[in-house]
Design a protein around this ligand. Sequence first.
Ligand SMILES: NC(=O)c1ccc[n+]([C@@H]2O[C@H](COP(=O)([O-])OP(=O)(O)OC[C@H]3O[C@@H](n4cnc5c(N)ncnc54)[C@H](OP(=O)(O)O)[C@@H]3O)[C@@H](O)[C@H]2O)c1
Length: 215
Amino acid sequence: MGKQEYCVTGGTGFIAAYLIKSLLQHGHTVRATVRDPGDEDKVGFLWELEGAKERLKLVKADLLVPESFDDAVRGVDGVFHTASPVLVPYDDNIQESLIDPCIKGTLNVLRSCSKSQTVKRVVLTSSCSSIRYRFDAQAASPLDESNWTDLDYCKRYNLWYAFAKTSAEKEAWRIAEEHGIDLVVVNPSFVVGPLLGPKPTSTLLLVLAIIKGSL
Ligand SMILES: NC(=O)c1ccc[n+]([C@@H]2O[C@H](COP(=O)([O-])OP(=O)(O)OC[C@H]3O[C@@H](n4cnc5c(N)ncnc54)[C@H](OP(=O)(O)O)[C@@H]3O)[C@@H](O)[C@H]2O)c1
């Protein structure tokens, strides 16, 4: 495969950092979207990755800003959409802090991809949370990618992350079909490992809370 250019959304994230590292190691050029490219505390570690100084570009983009990803995906060969709120306090602002960025953000990214003439494939990091929350989970097991989380189940048990990820993935498939986008979705469960960034994010904070006994 020749050297190509890829966009990774949510460049400061745990999974995104590994994607960026790997793409750079393979000689590709990477555009990583971040909310604030000037925030050295958050993005500084990315510049230390092998090949970053030559082939990494940071592009400002926010999930809640329509067309925010247009520049980031224009001209790239493929897009890895990982950006999403993950660990947010379940309070009155759940719509603003979690549901809207997750669903509207995915729509924004996919719409930007549909406008790009160059994107050959989009890889969306969904979640096993989009599969496993159902009233009939036990009877229907083993569950696989043909199963969907039941949105009514999520509402009944306040599973708003699962609600948001399921809705976002459904919207992504709808937009992809509408615009002829080659979409691949991955549905991970607990992704852990050595931290590349300066501070633990979402899942590692959960693991830390379990170790410390605060969860
Ligand atoms: N880690 C897991 O175990 C796991 C399991 C299943 C699925 N996933 C999915 O995989 C993806 C990556 O997970 P992760 O663990 O790597 O997440 P993470 O480390 O918490 O990173 C999340 C990223 O999303 C960005 N983000 C959040 N809200 C945003 C907004 N409004 N606009 C732009 N960017 C925003 C964050 O940017 P800031 O730094 O600016 O906040 C950060 O870069 C997520 O979609 C998650 O749902 C993760």
